[in-house]
Design a protein around this ligand. Sequence first.
Ligand code: GLU
Length: 447
Amino acid sequence: MTVTRFAPSPTGYLHVGNLRTALFNALTAAKTGGEFLLRLDDTDRERSRPEYAAAIEEDLRWLGLHWTRLIRQSDRLDRYAAAAERLRASGRLYEAFETPEELEVRRRVARAAGRPPVYDRAALALSEAEKDRLRAERGGHWRFRLDRTRVDWEDGILGSVSIDAGSVSDPVLIRADGQVLYTFASAVDDTELAITDVTRGADHVTNTAAQIQIIAALGGTPPRFAHHSLLTGPEGEALSKRLGSLALRDLRAGGTEPLALLSLLARLGSSDPVESRRSLREIVEGFDISRFGAAPTRFDPAELAPLTARYLRGLTLAEIAPDLMRLGVPEAEQAAFWDAIGGNIATRAEIADWWRVCAEGPSPGRIAAEVSRRADHAFLHAARALLPARPWDGETWGVWTAAVRAETGRKGRALFQPLRRWLTGRDHGPEMARLMPLLRFVPDVPE
Ligand code: GLU
């Protein structure tokens, strides 16, 4: 069975870049009826926050990406300690003592000599007495001794990948303060939780080479890996600086619909066109990870607005009824209301705006500003006097505007626009013929 995981660190809010990873893993599992796990990589005690962990769960729920199990790395520290012990016993984990400054000097020397800045394993030559002295003086960290061979794997997106482990420094797995680092914790978890497929950003390719060796040293079988390209802004610029403003919760607050976001990200960077999907099931059906390319993928947040509008426009009355219920739209009027506004809204919040216009009329400020701007007093007074008696129906707008035209001689925009503006407080919106029967409130015409 396919088992995938999404493994964010709860050190910030999820953004579109993380979502790409979450979505690919969720879809890979869903495609074969497998399991999708949420793993919180929270071994960094200083930077991890419970409120970010809660926000990650909330954002994924909003998107409808459901996980079958939640794993916290902070609950598994004993597992990492046991795995470290095994690596020590087999000679793959060794203690080193260099400070960051010492390492930097060595890297500079290596570069100057034309050698790759790879850790020189000086710590392996230390005697027990020297180690005792250094341990007392500054504490030691633990490095994994890589096999200096090539590491090859067939990547789900990149194809055949081959990394020379000899060009990579032995990774630090455990810091001097005992903190287990991601490279190690993740390899232990992927092995023990029998993860079959790992999809993550291309920035992890070098980690993958080391992790494949760590997993093998632990007696495990590496999962299938796929590394997706990183997102850039619309002009190809790095997105990293803007990611803060592309947090999922901000997109949600701005009215983006989850299925608009998922439809876009499930296709962006693939050879298939973006289509507005109506359910996660449809997205799963159209998803094929091998269709994605290795080139950086441009993400333009402006694409979300039309996808959101298209999604909302396609909602049936049954699908939107719970929202209408919440807003207090009477059941008998729901069909007519949705019929009138459904094709005209850009975000769900606008449904509430239009219902307010119907139930309470536009805000007095809007009308006053409009009427004084256009100096339409006389016209609007005349129109008000000609308003047909209730009840209003689909014919009312036509009958009324014909009468107003006959009385005032206005036609076209000069006729319709002030009337729309007076009744709704807006220059644009749903067809007035459909809206009129729903308008409970006729504003005063300001003097
Ligand atoms: N916590 C890691 C990250 O957010 C997980 C990477 C992975 O999927 O292995 O980058």
